[in-house]
Design a protein around this ligand. Structure first.
Ligand code: ZN
Length: 103
């Protein structure tokens, strides 16, 4: 069992854990609030992802990189429609006002 990553919070840990499971990498979350033993002062309260089988570790690291890259990807910038001049949110490929395509 090897520690792969210390997450910033429980939600990130759960997302990463699910992501790894989808790629058939067995893993476990440790060190969150629930698993902290009573009377023991944990060094931190951040959950960590542990890889169950050492043979999965290098694959898990690749998946982690992909996972983190996805999270950091900038949202597409807004664009101005050439046809009508409307400012359109970057997540749309068509102008919501007149239906023209993104230039
Ligand atoms: Zn338009």
């Amino acid at each position: 069992m090897q520690r792969l990553y210390q997450a910033g919070d429980r939600i990130e840990a759960q997302l990463l854990s699910d992501f790894l499971h989808r790629h058939l990498v067995e893993n476990a979350i440790f060190g969150d609030y629930l698993s902290g033993a009573i009377g023991e002062l944990p060094a931190n309260i951040y959950p960590s992802i542990w890889i169950v089988h050492d043979r999965d570790l290098s694959r898990a690291r690749d998946l982690l990189r992909r996972f983190l890259d996805d999270g950091r990807r900038e949202p597409a910038p807004s664009w101005v429609c050439r046809n009508c001049g409307e400012l359109v949110d970057g997540s749309f490929d068509l102008c919501w006002h007149c239906g023209s395509e993104r230039p």
